[in-house]
Design a protein around this ligand. Structure first.
Ligand code: 3PG
Length: 209
């Protein structure tokens, strides 16, 4: 599972983290981001429309690899995969969530923020982890410091990352990609300015080319 997730996420420097108000908005966003080269996206289960949007993206935007984010419970895990989520992202990891992941085909990216949590995830067989909220819990400097201690771990840091600091993260060998909402700003979504979002996606893709 770690290997599959690694393949999925290392294909692009930035995975957009979005919260959508409707299925149609999710589809339009997925299309705009894919047009700019960001095919893997994370739709967070923070809005009532999230599951519907995941379902709509899965059927209407085949080029998008749509994951579900902010998955906190086994029930949400289950509903997200049934809706068509191809990977699951959680800000942390509970025993219940790890159990749900074990009995699912969909790979999970659990969050870890301390050395003990990282050790626990290693024991569970996870080598690709979310690091959230990245800027607040130590940022790129933290990830750099733990790299020699946990050489097999790879991270997708998320939280407080933007074009201002993203290069600090992408320069680290233990970072496979970052997550961020800056590529899909609310104002552009509300204005239906999909071209602006495609342009931000292109700019993100260029970070690693
Ligand atoms: C997440 O769920 O990963 C974050 O809320 C995204 O963080 P950002 O909005 O600071 O990019």
């Amino acid at each position: 599972n770690s290997k599959r997730l690694l393949e999925m996420l290392s294909a692009q420097p930035v995975v957009p983290v979005v919260a959508v108000e409707s299925a149609a908005e999710g589809v339009a966003l997925a299309r705009a981001l894919a047009a700019g080269g960001l095919k893997a996206i994370e739709v967070t289960l923070r809005t009532p429309a999230a599951l519907e949007a995941i379902m709509a993206i899965a059927s209407e935007v085949p080029e998008t690899l749509c994951g579900a984010g902010t998955v906190l419970t086994p029930r949400q895990f289950d509903r997200a995969t049934k809706a068509g989520a191809q990977f699951i992202v959680s800000p942390g990891a509970t025993m219940e969530l790890l159990d749900a992941a074990r009995s699912s085909e969909a790979p999970m990216l659990p969050g870890s923020a301390t050395p003990s949590e990282l050790m626990a995830m290693l024991e569970e067989g996870y080598e690709v982890l979310k690091f959230f909220p990245a800027e607040q819990i130590g940022g790129a400097a933290f990830l750099k410091s733990i790299s020699p201690v946990f050489p097999s771990l790879r991270f997708c840091p998320t939280g407080g990352i933007s074009m201002k600091n993203v290069r600090d993260y992408l320069a680290l060998p233990n970072v496979i990609c970052v997550g961020g909402s800056w590529v899909a700003p609310k104002a552009a979504v509300e204005a239906g300015d999909w071209d602006a979002i495609t342009a931000l996606a292109r700019e993100a893709v260029a970070l690693r080319s």
